[in-house]
Design a protein around this ligand. Structure first.
Ligand code: PSU
Ligand code: MN
Length: 304
């Protein structure tokens, strides 16, 4: 029996060779507060559908690796407390023990690839944390991009991170970092990171062709598409920089580390921006869902 439990809609789409976009669940359980998390999960799915693709939100529910959740499952996850945050290291343990866990970018990529899904939309990937030279805190998302053939559409890496170091690690790992429609790397809540992106592409079709070409070359790993937040939703970088520094100081003072660090920083930024960071996060996720659906549609046309 297959390890991956496809929802009926996702199974039908995959069998018909229709475009499917994978969506993660850690953003629901650890990235956004209730009830916005549920509203956003529903809106992201609707956005993918409107753009002509089938959404497949991924999570481990009672040990089952589910690709495609129904509304009741989404709501259950959005309301659940103490759900595990699963990456490559802990996914199999969670499944073997019959437990429930939300999938990060890394774990969602693994499930998507097993299911035959090429494109995945999220908010921002994990990366190299500030102070990583002593903490060694580097997200497993980066290694996953190097080995799992899924194109991930994000608004860059989260701006709470050390972005220059994150770019360096991605380069070392051979991960293409493609800014969409601009030369600058986007910085999650802000359109520009003050760093030039290694690659730039201006259409979903071009990104789809690069994805297909990587596969034809037999290169393992995926692509990171860095899609800038819409201009009307962005928080300027100079407004955020001192607040990010404050949030990182608070985390250090409270001894927050490991898996708890990213959720803590996002929650702290929500408080320090009086909710504005969440509004921006929602806008960028929806924007990424739209682009991911466009890329998925183009990949289907390229592989016909
Ligand atoms: N994008 C968001 N919010 C999030 C995440 C992404 O807008 O909360 C999650 C993803 O699941 C990503 C994780 O994999 O944050 C990174 O966690 P860490 O830094 O611990 O690897
Ligand atoms: Mn980490």
């Amino acid at each position: 029996m297959s390890l991956v439990h496809l929802s009926p809609d996702v199974q039908a789409a995959l069998e018909a060779g229709k475009p499917v976009v994978a969506l993660e669940s850690t953003i629901i359980t650890h990235g956004m507060p209730w009830p916005q998390n549920l509203e956003v999960a529903r809106q992201v799915e609707a956005t993918v559908k409107d753009a002509g693709a089938e959404p497949a939100t991924i999570a481990v529910l009672d040990g089952r690796l589910c690709v495609g959740l129904d509304d009741a499952q989404l709501e259950q996850l959005a309301q659940a407390k103490g759900v595990a945050k699963l990456s490559r290291a802990d996914m199999a343990v969670c499944m073997a023990e019959g437990r429930t866990g939300a999938t990060t970018v890394a774990a969602t990529m693994i499930a998507a690839e097993r299911a035959g899904i090429s494109v995945f939309a999220t908010g921002g990937i994990g990366g190299v944390h500030k102070g990583a030279e002593s903490s060694f805190d580097i997200s497993a998302d980066l290694q996953e991009l190097a080995q799992t053939a899924v194109t991930v559409v994000a608004a860059g890496a989260k701006a709470i991170l050390d972005l220059p170091k994150t770019l360096e690690v991605l380069e070392t790992l051979g991960v293409p970092v493609i800014a969409y429609g601009q030369d600058q790397l986007p910085a999650f809540w802000s359109r520009e990171a003050g760093l030039r992106a290694p690659l730039r592409m201006d259409t979903a079709g071009a990104i789809a062709r690069a994805h297909v070409m990587r596969g034809r070359l037999g290169l393992p790993g995926g692509q990171l598409v860095a899609n800038p937040i819409p201009a009307d939703a962005e928080i300027p970088r100079d407004v955020l920089a001192p607040l990010i520094a404050e949030a990182n100081r608070d985390a250090e003072q409270h001894g927050i580390s490991g898996k708890a660090l990213t959720p803590y920083l996002l929650q702290r930024l929500f408080e320090l921006t009086k909710g504005r960071s969440l509004e921006a996060n929602i806008a960028l996720v929806l924007n990424n869902a739209r682009l991911a659906a466009g890329i998925a549609c183009e990949i289907c046309e390229n592989t016909d």
